[in-house]
Design a binder for this molecule. Structure first.
Ligand SMILES: C/C(=C\CNc1ncnc2c1ncn2[C@@H]1O[C@H](COP(=O)(O)O)[C@@H](O)[C@H]1O)CO
Length: 262
């Protein structure tokens, strides 16, 4: 690094520096020449910046997708399972109704809904998540964003959707479902329909909510009205559509590749 002559005058932004105040290196030199310690990468202040960058990427990538519906469901449902076909029909129904389909971008019923959306000419979005085992985005995702942090990704599912449609699933699906119910119950989101698809699959849970949670007073009677149940993908979409848009009516021309971000 070449030292600066102390006789020089050095300007940096509003600063004028002379003599001993003249820095021995430029900001660029310090950036490019210095590797230094690396432990800061694993500290919370740095993580805060990474979290912030995920929000920036998510908001920027999704801002212009137009009206959309988030679809959840098992990552494990194989393609030859009849529920996979329901997922494809759901993705197609959502696309036909003028909405984009947002999924977790993974395999199983996420893939099914993305497939249906693509085949029906709709917008197919996948919000992937870093997991200990790599699965990658499914091949039907046309707009994909990968997240490190579950909570950032969950914000996107809610912020950019008119409602949730939930196919049969396990812990991940239940987590997404109950987060949404809690947001609605506590008034954190307004006008946010939640529809369960699969009467046989979900009836046991709804019975438990009625017979245990409601009966013991841990939820209110009106809380049960937050959930709709059907076997029919078209009906599920109609329920979301009937709730009305948070941003105006669905319009096909809103869909497409997001503009370059500034
Ligand atoms: C288990 C396998 C892959 C997991 N890959 C996932 N990719 C993206 N999103 C996922 C994945 N696993 C869970 N999710 C999220 O949770 C919901 C599904 O979880 P469930 O426990 O299977 O119900 C789903 O909606 C995603 O958002 C390979 O077999």
């Amino acid at each position: 690094m070449k030292p600066r002559s102390p006789e020089n005058v050095y300007h940096r932004g509003p600063l004028t520096l002379r003599g001993a105040q003249v820095p021995r290196s430029t900001t660029d030199q310090r950036l490019l020449d210095d590797r230094g310690r690396t432990d800061w990468v694993h500290t919370d202040p740095w993580r805060v910046l990474r979290i912030q960058s995920e929000f920036v990427e998510g908001f920027g990538g999704l801002a212009e997708i137009g009206p959309a519906i988030s679809v959840f469901g098992s990552a494990r449902t194989p393609r030859d399972n009849p529920t996979y076909e329901i997922g494809v029909r759901l993705g197609a129904a959502i696309a036909r109704a003028g909405y984009g389909v947002i999924t977790g971008g993974g395999p199983g019923l996420m893939e099914a809904a993305n497939k249906g959306a693509v085949e029906a000419g709709g917008t197919s979005i996948g919000l992937g998540i870093e997991l200990p085992f790599e699965t990658g985005l499914n091949e039907y995702v046309e707009l994909g964003i990968n997240f490190r942090y579950f909570f950032v990704r969950k914000t996107m599912f809610v912020k950019y959707a008119e409602g949730f449609i939930v196919l049969p699933g396990g812990f991940g699906t239940l987590d997404e479902l109950f987060e949404a119910i809690t947001l609605v119950q506590t008034g954190k989101v307004t006008s946010f329909p939640i529809v369960l698809i699969g009467v046989d699959y979900w009836s046991g849970l709804l019975d438990w909510l009625r017979e245990q949670a409601l009966a013991s007073g841990t939820i209110s009677p009106e809380d049960l009205n937050l959930l709709h149940l059907t076997d029919d993908p078209d009906e599920a979409v109609a329920i979301v559509a009937a709730a009305g848009s948070r941003w105006g009516p669905p319009a096909a021309e809103h869909h497409g590749t997001p503009e370059a971000q500034s």
